[in-house]
Design a protein around this ligand. Structure first.
Ligand SMILES: [Fe+2]
Length: 356
């Protein structure tokens, strides 16, 4: 049976209205977007057999002029199989969609934050993402290509020579070997890199680790003309930092926020509530298109965005209480490297480095 519903904006519906809307079986509905939603897109969510699929239909309606009534005939396969993300429908006032099938539930919502454009890196900013297969650690090389000043974020002991060689190959001068926190799963490469390149090591004051330079939230890291702002984001450890480049729209979240996950909070100075608070108050308040580069990934993913994690992180989209419950019940094994890595990282990873 056809139904015809006008939805102004799901954000404006109260819980009862939303529940009523979700319970409807619709095969036709009308969306009337408020004029202030000038840069929005529509998304259909279909809940079937407890599987939620969400498909953007912006590309179907992007050719229409502002204020026009657009009609789109969608097949079921469009919703389930074919992603149509990629375009926003600027200036839409109204949209009518006829559906050729009856979904179990259907939602149209404004998701204006979703399609914000990711910033391209500026031409004088060098970015390399390096990987350690043993600990699944990402190391990041950043540089000002004009002045050649560079920094390495979270270098790994076993790859210090590789990283120093890469700097040499690219004619870069390594200024800092810096860490997001005192790691428990690998030994930092900072100490070796200091010896090879003459760089300075850098870590947070709150980490309790030795380094040439200790920083906190009031500091910035500068290399050439580029800067990284610093957010204190403890919770995985007391000294966890997030480094943020507003100009490039990128942030390095360490173990505070991983792609669809987060660092564990059951050892060192871990605190689930603190981690949750810092992610929500600091990382999740960055622009939605900000690209987030974590310290690790165990599935081969390399980058995420603030918007993705706000929508899709299976832990951090939950309430604080639920998040704490999840973190309390991970039942993870004792970290293999912790008894070796933490004492070494407390002294900049130099404890077993030969002076020869
Ligand atoms: Fe860690």
């Amino acid at each position: 049976m056809a139904a015809n519903i006008i939805v102004r904006n799901l954000k404006q519906l109260n819980d009862a209205e939303l529940e009523e809307f979700l319970s409807l079986n619709l095969n036709e509905f009308e969306v009337d977007l408020k004029s202030e939603d000038s840069d929005c897109e529509l998304e259909i969510m279909n809940v079937k057999d407890n599987i939620v699929t969400m498909e953007n239909i912006g590309s179907d309606i992007s050719d229409f002029e502002s204020g026009e009534i657009a009609k789109a005939n969608l097949e079921a396969s469009d919703l389930f199989n074919q992603s149509k993300c990629g375009q926003s429908c600027k200036g839409f006032k109204s949209l009518v969609i006829d559906l050729n099938y009856v979904p179990t539930h259907l939602v149209v919502r404004n998701c204006s934050s979703r399609m914000q454009q990711e910033k391209p890196l500026v031409s004088d900013f060098l970015f390399r993402q390096l990987f350690d297969t043993t600990s699944s650690t990402y190391t990041y090389l950043l540089a000002d290509t004009t002045t050649k000043e560079a920094v390495l974020i979270d270098p790994v002991f076993e790859h210090a020579v590789r990283d120093a060689q890469l700097c040499k190959d690219l004619n870069l001068s390594l200024k800092y070997a810096m860490n997001t926190h005192m790691h428990a799963d690998h030994i930092t490469g900072s100490g070796v890199l200091k010896k090879i390149t003459g760089c300075k090591s850098l870590i947070s004051k709150a980490s309790g680790a030795a380094a040439d330079i200790h920083v906190d939230e009031s500091d910035v890291v500068q290399f050439g003309r580029h800067i990284l702002k610093i957010f204190a984001t403890p919770g995985h450890t007391n000294g966890c930092l997030t480094y943020y480049s507003p100009e490039q729209g990128i942030a390095f979240t360490g173990d505070t926020l991983l792609i669809r996950g987060c660092g564990r909070t059951d050892f060192q100075e871990g605190n689930s509530a603190t981690l949750y608070q810092n992610v929500h108050e600091k990382i999740f308040t960055l622009p939605p298109a900000t690209k987030l580069y974590p310290a690790h990934d165990y599935k081969g993913l390399t980058v995420t965005t603030v918007d993705e994690e706000k929508r899709l992180n299976p832990r951090l989209t939950k309430s604080l209480e639920k998040f704490i419950e999840i973190m309390d019940n991970l039942n993870l094994p004792y970290p293999k490297m912790i008894d070796k890595a933490v004492p070494a990282n407390r002294v900049c990873g130099v404890f077993e480095v030969s002076t020869e």
